[in-house]
Design a protein around this ligand. Structure first.
Ligand code: BEZ
Length: 211
């Protein structure tokens, strides 16, 4: 059965480009983005890994660690990193899991055999400090991911974990949010001292509470 939101991210040990990890220990008290790549030395993956390395400060601001996976071995990853650094003009700053026997890729449902017998698809898992899966996204090999969107979702996940709100369509950090339907207007008056607007009884907007 595939992994679903709210499931505990399965633990594993694996070799990575920064040493052997126990995945739950790696998560620790952080948020984690685990993302798979079809193969080393491929063009789209090279741009994705370079861009993610450039987002180091953005990940740190969000107490979030990135970790990539590709079903090639450690020696291949180490050589590929040289190309990533050269072509994307960045120093790699997060681990890539070596998964030549597809152990982790299979555990996480990253192999989609009707798409490819050999390579993973582009899976993304966002995992919270409680080790639970909060977001899954799957892209085909031919489409590079939008990592700004992944940061945007992390902002929403971290906000909605702490306040009784949800984020509306295309929301970005700093914009108004929706008050959770479970909150009465009376409760909303105390929870949201900046005030709120009732557009419909079920659609109430308030300024982002932690800004
Ligand atoms: C790429 O990363 O460029 C790629 C990998 C597999 C299939 C197509 C593109």
């Amino acid at each position: 059965m595939s992994l679903r939101l709210g499931d505990v991210a399965p633990n594993f040990t694996a070799e990575t480009t920064t040493g052997t990890i126990d995945f739950h220990e790696f998560i620790g008290d952080n948020w984690v983005v685990l993302f798979s790549h079809p193969a080393d030395f491929t063009p789209v993956c090279t741009t994705e890994l370079g861009f993610t390395a450039k987002l180091k400060d953005e990940f740190e601001k969000r107490n979030t660690k990135a970790i990539a996976l590709s079903v090639d071995d450690l020696a291949s990853h180490t050589n590929w990193i040289k190309d990533i650094e050269e072509t994307q003009h960045v120093a790699m700053n997060f681990p890539i899991i070596a998964d030549p026997d597809k152990k982790v890729a299979t555990l996480y449902g990253m192999m989609h055999p009707n798409e490819s017998e050999k390579f993973t698809v582009r899976s993304v898992f966002v995992i919270a400090p409680d080790k639970k899966i909060k977001l899954t996204i799957t892209y085909p090999a031919s489409t590079g991911r939008n990592f700004n969107e992944i940061l945007r979702v992390i902002d929403s996940l971290q906000l909605t974990a702490n306040y009784s709100v949800a984020t509306p369509v295309n929301w970005k950090e700093g914009e108004d949010v929706v008050i959770a339907p479970s909150i009465s207007n009376e409760e909303a008056s105390t929870k949201f001292p900046k005030g709120f607007k009732i557009i419909k009884p079920y659609l109430r907007m308030t300024p982002q509470p932690n800004k």
